[in-house]
Ligand binder design. Structure first.
Ligand SMILES: Nc1ncnc2c1ncn2[C@@H]1O[C@H](COP(=O)(O)OP(=O)(O)OP(=O)(O)O)[C@@H](O)[C@H]1O
Length: 327
């Protein structure tokens, strides 16, 4: 019997994910789907659980992460070196950019329905970005990484005490707005040495650099509108030389992917990137704080097996169909 392995972060989405799992579990039982469920108990646990499942034996296994992008990030890092794992995702977090980029429904029960259907077919082969930090530690990202302004906001939001309080009042977004505005007026831009496939660039007064595998980041912002997670390329975005007020305008336009038309926003594609900066910058991978610049990034082409509706992107784009219509 082939079990589906679920790794659930009960704390994701301000604890809402625990309730989501209750609904998923009821549906699995109703459909008599064999499964094993594991709850994460602390940050980093999802990676450990995923790698333990992968090394149990060589059998092909499906692991579905239930949580936010941070949970998917950890699960993916736990299995990326194992060929016998296919990954799926049920959104239960606050941002859920993975589901946007990989066309998984935002409703968890709809997502389950789609995954149960997709698992009967060959999974998609997806690229992953690999970051190598100054101390040689390695972290992979499936959505994107960022260095600078965006990463310091992610760090401050995740470490703020008022986040939990505001989350309870369903005002979690206010924490982002608060730190965005605070950093907007206090952040010191840096000179960045960026190397892309051996080509050197120097950017002065840089707010941030992001490297994307798929378009969405930061809870629905279309930072890299052309990024495709299976094209063997990473999409690099640099935002520099902007006044504080214009940066705010750029941030608003990112939701529609229109920021790329500002002359202060530079975009590139490449396979190997290195980021050095005049001052040490905060770095995130898939929204999780991972350290500081300098770092090197390269791509692991088609290194992950993932359940996604991207193969059927045209149909999904043409009409918001019910998941039953996809195959
Ligand atoms: N039992 C736990 N207690 C506390 N933190 C946990 C636990 N399990 C996982 N975590 C941590 O919770 C953090 C947030 O998880 P995740 O990103 O999945 O949810 P989210 O922040 O609500 O969603 P998103 O990233 O999509 O906005 C991760 O850094 C993860 O390591």
């Amino acid at each position: 019997m082939n079990y589906i392995y679920f790794i659930i972060n009960p704390k994701a989405g301000n604890g809402h994910c625990f309730k989501i799992w209750g609904k998923i579990e009821a549906q699995l039982k109703a459909e008599q789907v064999p499964y094993l469920a594991f709850f994460t108990e602390y940050p980093g646990h999802a990676k450990k659980l995923a790698s333990q499942i992968a090394v149990k034996n060589d059998n092909e296994k499906l692991i579905i992460a239930v949580g936010g992008d941070g949970t998917m990030h950890e699960v993916m890092n736990g299995v990326i070196k194992h060929k016998n794992i296919t990954l799926g995702f049920i959104p239960g977090g606050s941002g859920n950019d993975f589901s946007r980029g990989f066309l998984i429904p935002s409703d968890p029960l709809e997502a389950l329905k789609v995954l149960l259907r997709l698992m009967k077919h060959e999974p998609a082969l997806i690229d992953a970005g690999k970051m190598t930090m100054k101390d040689d530690t390695e972290h992979y990202f499936i959505n994107n990484m960022g260095a600078g302004f965006d990463a310091i906001i992610a760090y401050k939001v995740n470490h703020s005490r008022i986040k939990a309080v505001l989350n309870k009042l369903s005002l979690g977004r206010l924490v982002y707005v608060f730190f965005l505005l605070k950093e907007l007026f206090t952040y010191k831009t840096a000179t960045i040495d960026l190397s892309i496939d051996g080509q050197k660039h120097i950017f002065e007064k840089t707010w941030f650099v992001t490297v994307s595998n798929q378009p969405y980041y930061g809870g629905g912002m279309k930072i890299a509108p052309d990024a495709q997670p299976d094209d063997g390329q990473l999409d690099i975005t640099v935002v520099q030389q902007l006044s504080r007020w214009k940066l705010l305008l750029v941030f608003i336009s990112v939701f529609w992917g229109k920021h790329i038309h500002f002359k202060e926003v530079k975009t590139f594609k490449g396979r190997m990137v290195s980021i050095h900066s005049s001052a040490s910058l905060y770095v995130h991978g898939d929204g999780e704080h991972l350290g500081y610049t300098p770092l090197n990034i390269d791509i692991k082409v088609k290194g992950l097996q993932v359940l996604t509706r991207r193969k059927n992107k045209n149909e999904v784009d043409l009409k918001e169909r019910s998941s039953n219509d996809i195959f």
